[in-house]
Design a protein around this ligand. Structure first.
Ligand code: IPE
Ligand code: IPE
Ligand code: MG
Length: 257
């Protein structure tokens, strides 16, 4: 058996999951890196480093199982409030990982994009981002969005400013503003709203992530810390998702009367 054959087997969709019921877009709040490190008596940054491996495995698994888009929360607008050493480490880590993984993303047909205000990021990181986005732009395997310096409120405000500017210059009328137009001014304009939000490490909050887009997402919250989140746990999340009854505010057809 060749190594390739083995790996293609291990990446097949588990038989208890239905391909037709896979979420098209999964969003994930990768939380718990610091606690993972602390439990082991390690500095927090070791948790972030291990967290990268988890993300790589999840991205591959999503692609193999037919998820069309994965959005990962890497750095929030509030995370600037952390100690300078941790922030600097994270920025350097993002840059290094992008540079190192670009070839593999091409091989695996991943299209990477970034959501958030990128102008505040270090110049060298912005350059790596531009390069990765451009090189992968025609890939079709999966759309991988990395939320970096992302805040849901900031995103909504920048959309409001852009729309107000167009109204002021007469390009549109206030009554033209609807959900569809508003969505087109968000960083996520080219992807559907997430069907599923996963948050690791047990926190029951949204922490300013995709405030508009998560309106009807299903939530899966696990106590597992991000560095320990593996394919088995993702499998559990998919099973839970496929068992959900998504009503979108309506009633089930059979209960219609
Ligand atoms: C998530 O892990 C990673 C980032 C926010 C960058 P944390 O660093 O928040 O880990 P905990 O929540 O302190 O354990
Ligand atoms: C959310 O995690 C942000 C990211 C995962 C990047 P945080 O650890 O920053 O969120 P809070 O502080 O627990 O709400
Ligand atoms: Mg945290």
């Amino acid at each position: 058996m060749t190594a390739n054959f083995v790996s293609s087997l291990s990446n097949a969709l588990p038989s208890d999951l239905k391909r037709s019921r896979m979420p098209a877009h999964v969003a994930v709040i990768m939380d718990g890196n610091g606690r993972w490190a602390k439990q082991r008596g390690l500095p927090r940054i070791m948790g972030h480093r291990k967290g990268v491996d988890t993300l790589k495995k999840l991205l591959r698994c999503c692609r193999d199982w037919g998820v069309e888009a994965l959005t990962a929360y890497a750095f929030s607008t509030e995370n600037w409030g952390r100690p300078t050493g941790e922030v600097d480490f994270l920025m350097t880590l993002f840059e290094r990982v992008l540079r190192k993984e670009l070839r593999e993303m091409m091989a695996e047909d991943v299209r990477i994009q970034f959501v958030g205000d990128l102008t505040a990021l270090p110049e060298t990181l912005q350059q790596e981002i531009d390069r990765a986005v451009q090189e992968t732009q025609d890939n079709q395997g999966i759309c991988f969005s990395v939320a970096t310096n992302y805040g849901g409120r900031q995103e909504i405000l920048q959309a409001c400013r852009a729309i107000a500017q167009q109204a002021k210059s007469g390009q549109l009328q206030p009554e033209d503003i609807n959900e569809e137009l508003f969505s087109r001014h968000l960083y996520t304009a080219n992807i559907s709203d997430p069907d599923l939000l996963i948050r690791t490490s047990g926190e029951m909050r949204i922490s300013n992530f995709l405030l508009w887009q998560l309106a009807y997402a299903e939530f899966y919250i696990t106590d597992t810390l991000w560095p320990d989140f593996d394919t088995d746990e993702f499998h559990q999340a998919m099973k839970a998702f496929q068992a959900r009854d998504r009503r979108f505010g309506k009633v089930d057809e059979t209960e219609g009367e």
